[in-house]
Design a protein around this ligand. Sequence first.
Ligand code: MGP
Length: 208
Amino acid sequence: MAQDSSNNTLSIPSRGDKYVTVFNDPVNFNAKHPLNNSWTLWFDNPGKKSNANNWEQSLKELITFDTVEDFWGVYNNIMKTCDLQISSNYHLFKQGIKPMWEDSANKRGGKWSIQLPRNKTMAEIDNVWLYTMLACIGEAFEHENEVCGAVVSVRKAFFRIALWTRTSDNQEVVMSIGRTLKRSANINGTLEFQSHHEATAPAKSWTV
Ligand code: MGP
């Protein structure tokens, strides 16, 4: 949208103007709506031989976007979660955060997750993932800075949706993020929280 400097109001330019918004022309618009953060989509399918030491090698950085329109451009042109092979994962993380426990943003954090059995309709599963991504990029969370990214995992018996948080100690922050995720992604069922370093620290038993 163009800013009218004389009276500080926003005006929607018409077709002939330099900026064409999606309201003027849903196909040939050139004005995009910026997101607060840039987000990077990653993919991996590590396979059976993978372990914690070589897992990173299978991670592929696909694309980074920072506008609403580019998000939809990516979403509409990649395979739907339901069509991915078993063992695949999509990871959508803020640019600069690698989707691994070892990244400095993740190493003290954890994840909210839920397993959706394969007997749910595929559209339902795709929608939970879509609305999880929309909650992330649309910054639906009160403690937005504490959100690192989200992961969808395709497994033999289920799909798992997870939201990674920067902290795993601050219960108020973690619970708030879990509640918002549950509401925003329309999740029926219990989300469970687990810190990434649970092997060496007492297990959390937080659920929403
Ligand atoms: P997973 O895919 O998060 O668990 O991790 P899942 O789905 O329960 O296991 P799966 O066997 O059904 O796929 C699987 C394995 O990948 C872990 O045990 C690690 O070996 C490796 N791995 C996963 N993540 C997210 C990481 C990571 O962040 N860092 C490292 N080093 N290894 C990881």
